[in-house]
Design a protein around this ligand. Structure first.
Ligand SMILES: *Cc1c(COP(=O)(O)O)cnc(C)c1O
Length: 394
């Protein structure tokens, strides 16, 4: 780790590779010219690969939440019945947006720390399947839980074949295998500042033909977020309004880095970092918040022990230039979270666990120096299949 720079280990915005940072300092260009059109085309075609879709992907200049709002207002009408499947703070937000625009929202509230299991959705849809849309979260950033999205979509398709599946994928798309078309996800939303290694400022929506069709009759009000306008503008290599060019410059470079690394290598790197984070924290005595079977590949949430004061702990970490995230909503002061998505490497996670170790030692906690680092290192290497094969030499 670099002592002159903050080590940002929050679940977005994620830190930027230097080439991406440099791209952010470029001079402006005409956003109605061929250079822009080429850039838009490259970014969209790169995104399509990671989304697993051949459909249009819409780039909006807004935060990820604006992308969620766009998914709602472009497909629904006031009074439409919507099922919000929430496993945490972001699932609550998605349902709230639908409610604000007048949808008739029913909610399944899964206990925080658990995923929505296919049977949870099956029970809800067997009782009532008259929904126009089902809202799902791919990765719940507030709890560090990843939903079995493919299985959930399967249940939704089987029991509520007419319902649109709208998915918040903001904190996981680009970091884990995903197949929008094959899994039948109607809208998949993500944001530039998470796995995509760019600054905040743009949201992406993968939109199925069914969702485009729903848009032709959807009556929720929309102007800036009207994705049909974006689709039309894209045919001439433009966006309807002035886009966040600086973010696009960065995305263009970041996408180049992602394509050069390759999707499989990116997914393996994320899996290794996730495994290392969990193992390192567990070895230091932390209880992990998520159901282990559904632990997130991009963010890990851990309970703060009763006798560990968050402020003091966080001060020690910040002193060592490590920035992690606290708890959100009702988990404030009870948990902390480590983001391991985007440009992150196993070395960085091992170093991060090392800083947590030093911080705990500074607070006088009884841990064995090196225990967390060793566990993280081993779990990470095992996950990428590079663990030393103990006893295999004979
Ligand atoms: C980060 C995030 C968002 C979007 O957050 P913004 O601050 O609006 O960009 C939405 N959903 C999830 C799951 C997220 O992690």
């Amino acid at each position: 780790m670099n002592r002159f720079e903050t080590n940002l280990r929050i679940p977005g915005p994620t830190s930027l590779p230097s080439a991406v940072r440099e791209a952010g300092s470029r001079q402006m260009i005409n956003h109605r010219g061929p250079e822009f059109a080429g850039m838009l085309e490259r970014v969209i075609s790169g995104l399509q690969g990671f989304y697993g879709t051949t459909n249009d992907i819409v780039l909006l200049t807004c935060a990820g939440s604006g992308g969620l709002e766009a998914a709602i207002v472009n497909t629904l009408s006031p009074g439409d019945r919507v099922l919000g499947v929430s496993i945490g703070a972001f699932g609550d937000r998605f349902a709230k947006i639908a409610r604000v625009y007048g949808a008739d929202v029913s909610k399944i509230d899964i206990e925080w720390g658990r995923a929505a299991e296919p049977d949870d959705l099956r029970r809800a849809l067997e009782a009532d399947n008259g929904y126009k849309a089902i809202l799902l979260t791919l990765n719940e950033t507030s709890t560090g839980v990843m939903n079995p999205i493919r299985e959930l979509a399967e249940v939704a398709r089987e029991l509520a074949p007419d319902a649109l599946i709208l998915m918040d994928g903001v904190s996981a798309l680009g970091a884990i295998p995903f197949e929008q078309d094959a899994w039948g996800i109607d809208i998949a939303v993500s944001g530039s500042q998470k796995s995509w290694m760019a600054a905040p400022g743009m949201a992406f929506l993968g939109v199925s033909e069914r969702a485009w069709a729903a848009g032709t009759t959807a009556r929720m009000p929309r102007f800036y977020l009207d994705i049909a306008e974006h689709r039309t503008a894209a045919t001439t290599g433009q966006t309807p309004f002035t886009p966040a060019l600086t973010v696009l410059f960065q995305l263009d470079v970041a996408m180049g880095l992602m394509l050069a690394e390759g999707a499989d290598a990116i997914y393996a790197r994320h899996a290794a970092c996730a495994a290392a984070t969990r193992a390192g924290l567990a070895a230091l005595g932390f209880s992990l918040f998520a159901d282990p079977a559904r632990a997130s590949g991009t963010v890990t949430c851990a309970w703060l022990p009763e006798d560990l004061d968050w402020k003091a702990f966080n001060t020690e970490m910040k002193r060592r230039k490590l920035v992690v995230a606290g708890g959100q909503g009702k988990l404030t002061g009870k948990v902390f979270r480590i983001g391991h998505l985007g440009t992150v490497t196993l070395d960085e996670i091992v170093a991060c666990i090392g800083v947590i170790e030093e911080s705990l030692l500074a607070l006088g906690r009884e841990i064995t120096p090196g225990a967390g680092v060793a566990a993280a290192q081993r779990a990470g290497l095992e996950a990428i299949g590079a663990a030393p094969r103990v006893g295999a030499g004979a």
